[in-house]
Design a protein. Sequence first.
Length: 107
Amino acid sequence: MLAYLRARALSKGFLGGSRPWVALGVVVWTIRFFQWLGRRDTEIVYREALGPGQSVIIRHSATTESRRQRRKADRRARADAETRRRQAKVDRRAARRRRGEVPAGAA
């Protein structure tokens, strides 16, 4: 509802010149501003008490891959999965042959 009022206040009040919408816009944008101030922008990922002499090293490695790199890695992962699937099939056939379930010349 606030998003709708903000949009209407912007279009009808600030751009359209309607004083009541300008006043409402100021109120709604002020509410939004205080919501923004009160937001939690941190997330606790790990918490543990430290003993005497212990320390913590915090690192942030922002390795962002490009779209090309992600697609390349995805293709590589699919090819690896296909290779593993084929190898598992070969291994199953070999195991059945060892047990005598399938003749050597049969597919």
